[in-house]
Design a binder for this molecule. Structure first.
Ligand SMILES: Cc1cc2nc3c(=O)[nH]c(=O)nc-3n(C[C@H](O)[C@H](O)[C@H](O)COP(=O)(O)OP(=O)(O)OC[C@H]3O[C@@H](n4cnc5c(N)ncnc54)[C@H](O)[C@@H]3O)c2cc1C
Length: 467
């Protein structure tokens, strides 16, 4: 198959994540558009064949020449060790920022925002390309933007579970002098690496890349749904914090905080996330289809990857703790110096600890991807070439069903929400999605015999501890 067809196939078969890499060249005829489901997608209609052939090389889902392993190998092989699940690594840590307000204001330990300001203050970069509040358009609350001062970088703190694209920002960067740090979820960082390979001038602008661990990307309708569940009109909401920390609660038990503008007044509303929606990440509601075919959990092509330390010893601290994978020597030095100066807390973790902290994510995205590809193959559908091959082996019947339900839940959530909006009645969505969620949950229920054996085992082991 030639590479021109691959980019078209990505679009036609709904594997586009809408990152905007293909639309980021000057005079590009490709537009990135927000579709009716609230997801960015590339519109290729105006592009000619020559353009499409060239651009398929920068699409993170086309996999024309490179994948995450080949990119990682080129960049990090000489200095790093390799792990099958997290890719190359120089060092792995848990940590948080001690100085200033980075941790209090960040999603986890505040390390991302701290590191970005540190790189700027050290003169290693001239600016940062990351996701910030969009002050210009009330319809799109968050977007990629460039920060050039420490204050501007700090304004961009927090995780935005919201669709984003970077075509316009990359176009801006192309016209700027200097080097920039790019922050993104793994497929966006892969796109930055692919763009750098294709475009020598652009590659000179990439100082560092910082990836966030990623479960999946949510459509705009995810926030829309949460706002309506809180009893507000989405058009009145001007800001949302998806990760409001709640003192005394585990770090994983966070709230949604939104600012509503009504009658010239700004009102802050806060609600615990679990009261609004239960397990949105496990069920995969409002998930991009592409995310179910991405096996890069740990941002394998980035200089450093940051996530949440979802491990018992850290999760109980409401302040939030990061997991950190470092692949770049210069970045390791920055961390080590700040640790010596007692400005950050750092503790060594093993790659195994990192994997444990994201165990469900690795199981879904890597271990069980083969089964999702097998399902596509059975239907005779096209899919991008992955590092993991289609297979229905080594997966239990129950896990197959869980995968099938997750695919169905994600797809149904998009259609059902559109239906609900068209009828101006959120209950229409609930009536369609809740029975499906109920059936999905049943799959996790252990039968009577297994429950009895587990109980006996628990009792025996607790007696053993008491002896
Ligand atoms: C869609 C999404 C899914 C995620 N899934 C997981 C997961 O499964 N497991 C896990 O451990 N961690 C996940 N994370 C990462 C986690 O939420 C934190 O962002 C990470 O731990 C860094 O925390 P921090 O306190 O150091 O970051 P902060 O100091 O709060 O800074 C966050 C930085 O990320 C940038 N940013 C925010 N949203 C986006 C976005 N959508 N795309 C690109 N850049 C953005 C901000 O501009 C800022 O520079 C996810 C993040 C996102 C955005």
């Amino acid at each position: 198959m030639n590479s021109q067809n691959k980019l078209l196939k990505v679009i036609e078969n709904d594997f586009c994540i809408g990152c905007g890499a293909c639309a980021s060249f000057p005079n590009s005829k490709i537009n990135i558009e927000l579709n009716e489901y609230g997801m960015y997608k590339a519109n290729l209609k105006k592009a000619n064949n020559e353009e499409l052939t060239k651009l398929s090389n920068v699409c993170p889902f086309a996999n024309t020449k490179d994948n995450e392993s080949t990119i990682g190998q080129e960049l990090f092989k000489n200095d790093c060790n390799y792990d099958e699940k997290i890719g190359y690594y120089l060092n792995t840590f848990a940590g948080y920022v001690k100085e200033d307000e980075f941790r209090r204001k960040g999603s986890s330990g505040g390390v991302a925002t701290w590191l970005l300001t540190e790189l700027l203050n050290l003169g290693y970069i001239d600016g940062v390309v990351h996701v910030k509040t969009n002050k210009k358009d009330k319809d799109v609350l968050f977007k990629y933007a460039i920060s050039k001062t420490s204050e501007e970088i700090r304004e961009g703190t927090k995780s935005r579970y919201y669709p984003i694209e970077m075509s316009q920002t990359i176009k801006e960067v192309r016209n700027l002098q200097g080097k920039y740090a790019f922050v993104g979820i793994p497929c966006f960082i892969k796109a930055i690496r692919l763009l750098s390979k294709e475009d020598n001038l652009f590659s000179k602008k990439v100082g560092f890349t910082i990836s966030l661990f990623c479960g999946h990307l949510k459509s705009k309708n995810y926030l829309d749904y949460l706002i309506r569940k809180m009893g507000m009109e989405p058009k009145n909401v001007i800001y949302a914090d998806f990760r409001k920390k709640v003192e005394g609660k585990p770090a994983s038990d966070y709230a949604l905080e939104v600012v509503e503008e009504k009658g010239g007044e700004q009102i802050i509303h806060t609600k615990m996330m679990k009261e609004l929606v239960s397990d949105p990440w496990g069920t995969g509601l409002f998930k991009y289809n592409a995310c179910d075919y991405c096996d890069d959990v740990a941002g394998e092509t980035a200089d450093v990857t940051l996530g949440d330390a979802w491990l018992p010893e850290y999760v109980k601290d409401s302040g939030g703790t990061n997991i950190i994978i470092i692949r770049n020597k210069k970045i390791l030095e920055v961390f080590q110096k700040a640790h010596e100066e007692n400005r950050i807390y750092l503790e060594n973790l093993t790659p195994k600890d990192i994997i444990s902290s994201q165990i469900g994510n690795f199981r879904h995205r890597q271990q069980e991807l083969g089964y999702r590809l097998f399902l596509l193959e059975q239907k005779g559908r096209w899919y991008p070439e992955k590092r993991i091959k289609p297979s229905s082996k080594n997966i239990s019947k129950k896990r197959c069903l869980i995968q099938e339900y997750r695919l169905k839940l994600a797809k149904t959530s998009h259609d059902a929400y559109l239906k609900a909006i068209n009828q101006n009645n959120i209950q229409v969505f609930e009536d369609i999605i809740n029975p499906l969620i109920k059936k999905y949950r049943k799959l996790y229920k252990k039968n009577f015999v297994i429950r009895a054996i587990s109980r006996i085992k628990r009792e025996l082991s607790s007696k053993g501890e008491n002896n």
